[in-house]
Design a protein around this ligand. Structure first.
Ligand SMILES: Nc1ncnc2c1ncn2[C@@H]1O[C@H](COP(=O)(O)OP(=O)(O)OP(=O)(O)O)[C@@H](O)[C@H]1O
Ligand SMILES: [Mg+2]
Length: 381
């Protein structure tokens, strides 16, 4: 990239005006809401991922931004202008979907040239841009190949180049990597990110893959049942999920229920039968009432496991349990441990260093320990 252009991209990133503003948008199909009162702003140059389970309304929201279909209520602004009356092809948006919709009878270069021909650019400009964008996606030299002569990953790159070649304000991605095998998908995630950074193009990506959301994004929106549950940076989403849905959907998380017994400073104590537990209220939640039902979320990587509780000295909470499952995943073992004293709840624990630690078999009795500062508490009523 030329230095001047690089500097422009940097300058643009620093000023960060809002490019997309979604304002209280709802979408109902025959009275059933697919998206409910969604509101968020996206600053120029940012990479946003909309993450959520199947049917949570991700595609519906993306299609409204693209201009396919009209919201039941609310308004979307692009560059400060309301767009509900603007058709998709006038919105300066590039798109890549799971089904790539490349033209199979055309070459890679002809596919990339297509949006420019539609926009009546002259032949010399088209040739130059096609070369530049094929190089950007590392397909320089393969422009003459037909689509079926390219691998899945290469076809993906053609689709990216075609979506970006007319230099749209906004790039929309709806699970374009979902059909690829894991290794290629992970390579392409980094590749998308590289291209996005190089061009500085504002991007909204839809996925139900939490890893993809955390790896690729400046910001993550988590959706469930048509509603935005949280919008935050990836690390914040992971470390401080705003509600139990987000805590459960991202990461490997165990949940323990209890009743609040005391609040002092930020620390909340609660009890479950004879077990005393403690944690910190999540996000901006108010302190609980004494006697309020709470659920504590704890990440598998925060729980320590040992054959004997004496090996867990210094941790705030220690319980005993029985190994229900030991799942070998290569770089780690995931233990599922049933804790009778917590109502038989299953807590999941990572043991990252299986060579160093004893490997526990199902049925083995173990101790689990964790710190109160690693437990996020959510009110249940
Ligand atoms: N054209 C339509 N007509 C009626 N209902 C629809 C239509 N499109 C989507 N829905 C419904 O709206 C809800 C949200 O669908 P949407 O496609 O937005 O989900 P999604 O989060 O993209 O899911 P997935 O991860 O499976 O792609 C679902 O309940 C779906 O059945
Ligand atoms: Mg979808």
């Amino acid at each position: 990239m030329p230095r001047e252009q690089g500097r422009d991209v940097e300058a643009m990133r620093e000023s960060r005006p809002v490019l997309v503003s979604v304002n209280d948008v709802s979408m109902a199909y025959n009275g059933a809401y697919a998206v409910r009162s969604a509101s968020f702003d996206l600053e120029r140059g940012r990479f946003l991922t909309i993450l959520g389970p199947s049917g949570s309304g991700k595609t519906t929201l993306l299609r409204l931004i693209a201009g396919f279909g009209r919201a039941t209520s609310g308004e979307i602004f692009i560059n400060g202008q309301p767009v509900s009356a603007v058709p998709p092809h006038k919105r300066s948006i590039g798109m890549v979907f799971q089904r790539l919709a490349l033209f199979p009878h055309l070459t890679a270069a002809e596919n990339v040239a297509f949006p420019l021909k539609m926009r009546r650019h002259d032949a010399t400009t088209i040739a130059g841009k096609v070369t530049r964008f094929l190089e950007l996606v590392k397909l320089g030299g393969l422009g003459g190949r037909r689509i079926h002569e390219l691998s899945g990953g290469q076809q993906q790159r053609v689709a990216i180049a075609r979506a970006l070649v007319f230099e749209p304000d906004l790039l929309l991605l709806d699970e374009p990597l979902a059909a690829l095998d894991r290794k290629l998908r992970e390579d392409m995630q980094l590749e998308f990110r590289r291209i996005q950074r190089e061009l500085g193009v504002t991007t909204i990506n839809v996925t139900h893959d939490q890893r993809e959301a955390l790896v690729m994004s400046d910001e993550v929106i988590v959706m469930d049942a048509g509603k935005i549950q949280q919008k935050a940076r990836p690390a914040e989403t992971y470390r401080n999920p705003r509600n139990a849905f987000v805590a459960n959907f991202i990461g490997v998380t165990g949940f323990v229920e209890g009743t609040a017994t005391s609040v002092s400073g930020g620390l909340v104590r609660m009890s479950h039968g004879n077990v005393e537990l403690a944690g910190i209220m999540a996000g901006d939640a108010a302190p609980p009432r004494i006697g309020q039902s709470l659920v504590g979320a704890i990440r598998a990587e925060q729980v320590r496991i040992a054959a004997d509780r004496r090996q867990l000295g210094g941790l705030d909470t220690i319980v005993t349990g029985e190994i229900a499952e030991a799942i070998f995943e290569g770089e780690r073992i995931v233990y599922e441990v049933r804790v009778a004293a917590l109502g038989g709840v299953i807590l999941r624990v990572f043991d990252h260093d299986p060579a160093e630690h004893s490997q526990f078999e199902p049925g083995a009795h173990v101790s689990l320990g964790w710190n109160a500062s690693d437990v996020r508490l959510y009110g249940m009523d």
